[in-house]
Design a protein. Structure first.
Length: 253
């Protein structure tokens, strides 16, 4: 049975960390970036979850805040008030709780970036499970978040972490549908790059076999409109992009 997260028609355009301002006036994963993505017509927003020193889950990609704020400190060492102050002139900080409540029409794609964030992410998304997809490069963190959500009464969608993805890619390379289907049991989506260095990850065989297993394939991070169209024409179900405004034009055209 397809998870309610995927009720909308494919192909899907995922706003990668929202839609940051080209002039830098507001940054990725900020309140302003999410609002900009929605204003462009986005339904799916991809974001990342860290946890502050006082236990608040926030939408933030890096372990350190230095790239975004210029301050060489870790998210985990800052209080929510300190981080909010640093983000006040960069588009505004979003906590996960506020994001889920303030944007009821958004389908969130949430990447659990820190081990300490996994359990609280699961609890927070449980009431919103029909419109949340939980992922992580760490399958262990992803499973902790899913277990916490289930214990709180919700079952979000999920995409594979690195170890599950590696098994699926190997199974596709070996042309074993049985092994691939086993690897993707309980997995709603494969969210992958086109390649890792010189090694191709995305192949048409992988897309075909993932579909046979009942799993969507989403590719990141694609900003070129020509490549977006080519990927969709090849059967890819979703594009994760920094330019969701462009992707929506391409995918809708």
């Amino acid at each position: 049975m397809t998870h309610p997260y995927f009720d909308g028609a494919a192909p899907r355009a995922f706003a990668h960390r929202g839609l940051a301002a080209p002039d830098g006036s507001y940054v990725e994963n900020s309140l302003a970036a999410v609002v900009a993505a929605l204003s462009a017509g986005a339904e799916y927003v991809e974001s990342d979850c860290h946890v502050t020193a006082d236990g608040t889950v926030v939408l933030f990609h890096d372990e350190s805040v230095e790239r975004i704020t210029g301050v060489p400190r870790l998210v985990a060492d800052l209080s929510i008030d300190e981080l909010s102050a640093l983000m006040s002139d960069r588009g505004g900080l979003l906590t996960l709780e506020v994001a889920l409540d303030a944007f009821p029409g958004v389908r969130w794609n949430l990447d659990v970036k820190a081990a300490l964030a996994a359990e609280p992410v699961g609890r927070l998304v449980a009431p919103h499970a029909s419109r949340v997809l939980v992922t992580s490069f760490s399958d262990a963190r992803r499973r902790i978040a899913l277990q916490a959500a289930a214990q709180a009464g919700g079952v979000p969608a999920t995409s594979a972490g690195t170890s599950v993805t590696a098994r699926a890619v190997a199974a596709a390379a070996g042309r074993s549908q049985a092994l691939l289907t086993r690897a993707l049991r309980g997995i709603d989506a494969l969210q992958i790059p086109e390649r890792r260095g010189r090694i191709p990850v995305l192949t048409q065989r992988l897309v075909r076999m993932a579909h046979a297993a009942g799993t969507e394939v989403h590719v990141w991070t694609i900003n070129d409109p020509i490549r977006m169209r080519e990927l969709v024409e090849s059967g890819v179900d979703g594009i994760v992009t920094d330019r969701v405004d462009i992707a929506l034009e391409v995918l809708g055209g």
